[in-house]
Write a protein of this length. Structure first.
Length: 213
């Protein structure tokens, strides 16, 4: 039985919904955007700043260059004097979320969505990899467009461009802060096309995999 499940996902694939269904079925804790508030409390960075910074930059040094300072926490949304004045702001955000994710995984059974959790947990010596199941959820673009239009009220004419942009941001963030490549099958235990079985059956498949692994 795997007690820690990470869900990485393409935008519009339903990965977040699937993750919640998996957590509810197994009785596991579920963490997604809650990690932002927890990381903010632990680091002193503003939650709004962490949310804005996530997946919107390709590297910390570039982001700070755009800000015009190697340390601009006071103007970027965090109290002056907090955080690490040596690390770029993007790295501070990643480290804050990393510490939060590790703490949550150490507390007990859980499902964690996004935020490089698969890499963070699989490479940390405090986590038993036999307890970990890393999942990547994907779907054809046409199916993700339908979902984006139906569930996220995105205009159909804008959906394709927006989906591609968000996936690029996720890939840039992941590839910058990890040694792996986002979506590379070699780094996941299970890759699932959510359009093949639907969200409910996909969640059931992940549950079955966690229980039997």
């Amino acid at each position: 039985m795997r007690h820690i499940i990470t869900i990485s996902r393409e935008y519009g694939s339903g990965g977040r919904t699937i993750g919640k269904k998996v957590a509810d079925t197994l009785g596991f804790a579920y963490y997604d955007k809650e990690i932002i508030d927890m990381a903010a409390q632990e680091s002193g960075l503003a939650a709004e700043f962490i949310e804005k910074t996530e997946q919107n930059i390709s590297s910390g040094w570039l982001y700070n260059l755009l800000l015009g300072s190697s340390y601009a926490v006071g103007t970027a949304g965090a109290p002056p004097g907090t955080g690490n004045p040596i690390l770029p702001l993007a790295d501070q955000v990643f480290n804050a979320e990393r510490k939060t994710i590790l703490r949550l995984a150490q507390q007990g059974s859980c499902v964690i969505v996004g935020r490089c959790a698969d890499y963070i947990l699989s490479t940390d010596p405090s986590i038993n990899n036999n307890e970990l199941l890393n999942v990547f959820v994907y779907a054809p673009l046409r199916e993700r467009i339908k979902r984006a239009v139906a569930h996220y009220t995105i205009p159909e004419q804008d959906a394709s461009k927006l989906i591609i942009q968000i996936d690029k941001r996720r890939a840039n963030h992941y590839n910058t802060f990890t040694e792996n490549t986002w979506g590379d099958r070699r780094h996941y235990d299970l890759m699932v096309n959510s359009s093949l079985l639907g969200l409910d059956r996909t969640a059931e498949l992940i549950v079955e995999s966690a229980q039997k692994a």
